[in-house]
Design a protein around this ligand. Sequence first.
Ligand code: BG6
Length: 301
Amino acid sequence: MPVEETETEVILTHPKDASTKVSILKYGATITSWKNQGDEKLWLSKAAKLDGSKPVRGGVPLVFPCFGKCKDESNPAYKLPQHGFARNSTWEFLGQTTEDPLTVQFGLGPEQVDEELYKLWNDGLYDFTLILSITLGDNYLKTNIEVENTGDKDFKFNWLFHTYFNVPDITDIIVNNLTDAKCYDQLIGETYEEKAPMISFTEEFDRIYQGIDTQKTFQMIELGKVVMNVQRENLPDTVVWNPWIKKSEGMADFEPKKGYMNMLCIEPGHVAEFKNLKSGEKWSGAQILSTGGEIKVQTNI
Ligand code: BG6
């Protein structure tokens, strides 16, 4: 069966290849596993809570309507917890929409969000519908989000796919095509232009790359071989994060403690600025992850 639904999750199996699968937890509509021809592409902490008590540490958590902790008191998202409420709400499974490629949808509206939590966003006066479409292809996984403002008030939001990749050894990984991008380094609180031709990882890393042409593909290259391509639609920003030793020690749900060596977050989103959405309007953005291919250097787009 290409689509199996249990009480807590939905599992997609590629119709032509049973070793290509994706598992989605209804809690957070969090993708917890993507096996491509038997190979796990996503990192999931061994201590991740999968019972709805806490956002999942790993996979692809969804960030909405604010990225991080909103520091602007005048922003209606100010009282919300870090990364908002989409990752800690149980989404409704809407079913399969296409057979080839295999696509399913999940939906979230105010009625699925914990009441107390929802009230923290402008006293619960906004109305919205989120539709997440997940497509499992031969060698790709696409996640598309549509945000609709179904209320009578305009609102502003951030969106981000907080994707945790599984890597054999982070020190063997480089990521390309971020050269010349404007970047806010969250660790030092400074904005500068990325000058490195490729970024590599030997310590804690937490940068928000901003306003990057969506024709650019980020490639994760392991010892000279492309292991992942990250493409975006309508998502201008990308956060790159690795907590390294100290930060991961401080996270109770991060296991094994040496797991920072086996993960890298590349998180396409719309986070450098809030997106304004007028009453009745829709907005969408997507992340497309694919395996293999040649190294492609895209400098001057
Ligand atoms: C990243 C942020 O996107 O998420 C980091 O850039 C943050 O600053 C990380 O630490 C994890 O956040 P959380 O809330 O899942 O611990």
